[in-house]
Design a protein around this ligand. Structure first.
Ligand code: NDP
Ligand code: A1CAB
Length: 319
């Protein structure tokens, strides 16, 4: 056995940055989140074609067809992803991650030299992909326990850990406005991190965070998109309640949300400063805010983040 250790995969990284060919990104699980990331990546990569996207599915149902329409190489066999991708994105539901990793381990163990040959020539892919997990609740430790694998490289038997990065993106990746928090595993190198950032910076904002915060971020930002969607919907409903036509109310509610966020991001104003600047004494805003406080909107949103975080912990399967 040759101990491969955690050395950088120089061939894979050269392919990502040196323009020798596309980086092959394979989603295991091609549902809502994988599709959002794919849509963002395709927009970012319109001209350069730096990425070739693959996805595998449990069935050839709706998700499969939608990804196929986007030009993704689709399959129902996870082995196709293992054999062809530089980056494998685990994007199945949390309870499916550990069984999928078990399957991957078996795929590696079964690879023999013949499968590394395409038309008699060695497969041009590096068989030591970067594993990126977008799955809620599954820890780096749980993934790394399942990704110490053995595989054959040429005549050598290799044993080592695959590099792992755990992250938590949002569906806003589809419009390249996603927020992706991430933690690198023990075996990922600087090159692995660069490759990861090359992909996820293309679809929005990234932030390196300690892993202990990821369950919180799952609810805070991953689910947060849905929480803010509910607030936006309620704002639009309020508009309709006072007689504004539905289409106009929906559109202006979205712009109102966006403009509030832009003041914070671009001007550095704190949300309470915005409130103070808008609420004139005895005016419409302070009367409306009183109703919101009486209804417990603030506590409701805080409670949603807290409950979502607890749920992320409950969903963690035993190793
Ligand atoms: N949606 C979101 O906003 C976010 C989701 N996440 C996390 O991302 C992960 C994916 O979520 P989401 O996209 O919403 O889930 P979906 O249910 O939309 O997609 C899951 C996908 O996994 C496929 N699948 C199931 N079993 C297998 C298998 N054994 N091999 C290959 N593919 C399989 C399904 O195939 P088929 O299409 O045939 O059913 C489906 O395409 C989850 O862990 C979730 O917690 C994280 C942040 C945000
Ligand atoms: O609801 C869920 O489970 C996932 C995690 C974050 C957003 N959606």
């Amino acid at each position: 056995m040759v101990e491969s250790g955690a050395g950088p995969s120089s061939k894979r990284f050269k392919m990502a940055s040196g323009g020798e060919g596309a980086t092959h990104v394979g989603f295991i699980g091609g549902g809502n989140l994988a599709r959002a990331i794919t849509e963002g990546l395709l927009q970012a990569d319109d001209k350069q074609k730096r990425f070739k996207i693959h996805a595998s599915f449990a069935t050839n149902g709706e998700n499969y067809k939608k990804m196929q329409t986007l030009g993704v190489a689709v399959t129902t066999n996870n082995k196709d992803i293992v054999l062809s991708c530089d980056v494998i994105v685990l994007s199945v539901k949390p309870h499916q991650v550990l069984p999928v990793l078990e399957e991957l381990r078996k795929i590696y163990q079964d690879i023999d030299e013949n499968q590394l040959l395409v038309g008699g020539a060695p497969l041009p892919r590096n068989l030591r992909p970067l594993i990126v997990s977008v799955a809620t609740s599954i820890t780096i430790k749980q993934i790394e326990e399942k990704t110490e694998i053995s595989w054959k490289m040429g005549r050598a038997d290799m044993l080592g850990h695959l590099p792992v990065i755990r992250c938590l993106p949002t569906v806003a990746s589809s419009v390249r406005a996603g927020v992706t928090v991430y933690t690198s595993g023990h075996f990922s190198t600087e090159n692995d991190n660069k490759l990861f950032l090359d992909i996820f910076n293309s679809v929005g904002f990234t932030q390196d965070v300690p892993e202990q915060y990821i369950d919180g971020f799952t609810a805070f930002t991953g689910s947060g998109v849905a929480f803010m969607g509910l607030v936006m919907e309620a704002l639009a409903d309020g508009g309709v309640l006072v007689g504004i036509p539905r289409g106009m109310a929906d559109k202006i509610a979205a712009y109102t949300m966006m403009s509030t966020a832009k003041i914070v991001i671009e001007r550095g104003m704190k949300p309470h400063e915005i409130r103070t600047s808008v609420a004139s004494p005895g005016g419409t805003t302070i009367h409306g805010l009183k109703v919101m406080e009486d209804a417990g909107v603030r506590g409701g949103v805080m409670g949603a983040v807290q409950r979502g975080t607890e749920r992320a912990k409950e969903l963690r399967p035993p190793s």
